[in-house]
Design a protein around this ligand. Structure first.
Ligand code: HEC
Length: 99
């Protein structure tokens, strides 16, 4: 609990959102994005879906895929909160500079 509290209080807001986005990508989403996608910023090397480092999707494109799913990719609406989806979309877009 103490460590969790420190994490909440210490870093500035944007760093916290980035941290949440990364955690959604690697752990919170089930199945995790990292299982299927390559994304250097998250240390992910999945190959089932496209490499996000190469695709460089903008935030809206990530949001759309995460909410509704696409092909083999399952939809995450209802599994992730709006805040978690927003954080992961923002994290992917910024990490790949798709903005
Ligand atoms: C079970 C494997 C799997 C998981 C888990 C998964 N994806 Fe995907 N994802 C795919 C596949 C496969 C595609 C390509 C779908 C297609 O084009 O038919 C894709 C496509 C995408 C795209 C590109 C969308 C586009 O418009 O081309 C983005 C962005 C993306 N995924 C982000 C994520 C994020 C963020 C997560 C976690 C919340 C995630 N994916 C979880 C398999 C997965």
């Amino acid at each position: 609990m103490v460590a969790g509290l420190a994490l909440l209080l210490a870093p500035p807001l944007s760093a916290r959102a980035d941290e949440l986005g990364k955690n959604v990508f690697t752990q919170i989403a089930q199945p995790a994005c990292a299982i299927c996608h390559t994304l250097k910023a998250a240390g992910a090397a999945g190959t089932i879906g496209p490499s996000l480092d190469e695709l460089k999707p903008d935030k809206a494109r990530v949001m759309d895929a995460v909410k509704n799913g696409l092909g083999v990719m399952p939809p995450f609406a209802g599994k992730l909160t709006a805040q978690q989806m927003d954080a992961v979309a923002d994290f992917v877009a910024k990490a790949t500079a798709g903005q």
